[in-house]
Design a protein around this ligand. Structure first.
Ligand SMILES: [Zn+2]
Length: 199
């Protein structure tokens, strides 16, 4: 699960890119079947990724699901329980006389307490960074560039269906980009309010 390959289908304004990946091990392989060339078979999925290396639509890329940013923050986060234990042990040692227990007992009790607090903070930070998208996959490298303007597959921005631009039943140019739709209804919805679909 550490590396996966896909094709860039759409660049987003926030520096992210939508990648189409094939689900592996589901059903028949590419060789014998013609189903690889029909779109929307359910074997494909769209993954939103960080695009820090400037991949373009149509490029074949590999994804790294464990970004360097995550590894760095994890190292700090996992130190917190240990720091909590050390602080707790020190507090327990100095407070033992005030609460009438032995120095060693105090150190152990407060040390475990500090450990627990450290774990709680770790969990909170993990949740928070999860929300901030630290675990978002990242484009690791560009395997091959798409051909020129080369979008070989497009995503209907309204319903997120995969559409083959060559056979799309509707398309619309908006601010220099051509969007493709699975049917005229989606095109209509898009042209009424493009901003709603291009977040
Ligand atoms: Zn559609």
């Amino acid at each position: 699960m550490s590396e996966e390959q896909g094709i860039v289908v759409r660049l987003r304004s926030d520096g992210m890119a939508d990648i189409m990946t094939e689900k592996k091990g589901g059903g028949e392989g590419c060789g014998a079947s013609h189903s690889c060339h029909s779109f929307g078979t359910g074997n494909r999925m769209i993954t939103r990724t960080r695009n820090r290396i400037g991949a373009r639509a149509g490029d074949q890329v590999s994804l790294n699901l464990r970004s360097g940013l995550f590894v760095k923050s994890a190292a700090v986060v996992y130190l917190l329980p240990i720091i909590g234990f050390i602080i707790g042990a020190a507090v327990g040692t100095s407070l033992n006389q005030a609460i009438g227990i032995g120095a060693r007992t105090g150190a152990v009790l407060f040390g475990l307490g500090g450990l627990g607090v450290g774990f709680l903070i770790t969990i909170m930070i993990s949740k928070w960074t999860g929300v901030k998208g630290i675990l978002t996959p990242e484009i690791a490298k560009i395997i091959s560039r798409g051909s020129g303007d080369g979008v070989s597959v497009a995503v209907d921005p309204v319903c997120n269906m995969l559409v083959d631009p060559a056979t799309a039943s509707a398309s619309l140019e908006y601010r220099g980009t051509t969007y493709y739709f699975c049917n005229p209804g989606c095109k209509q919805a898009f042209s009424r309010n493009p901003g709603q679909y291009l977040g």
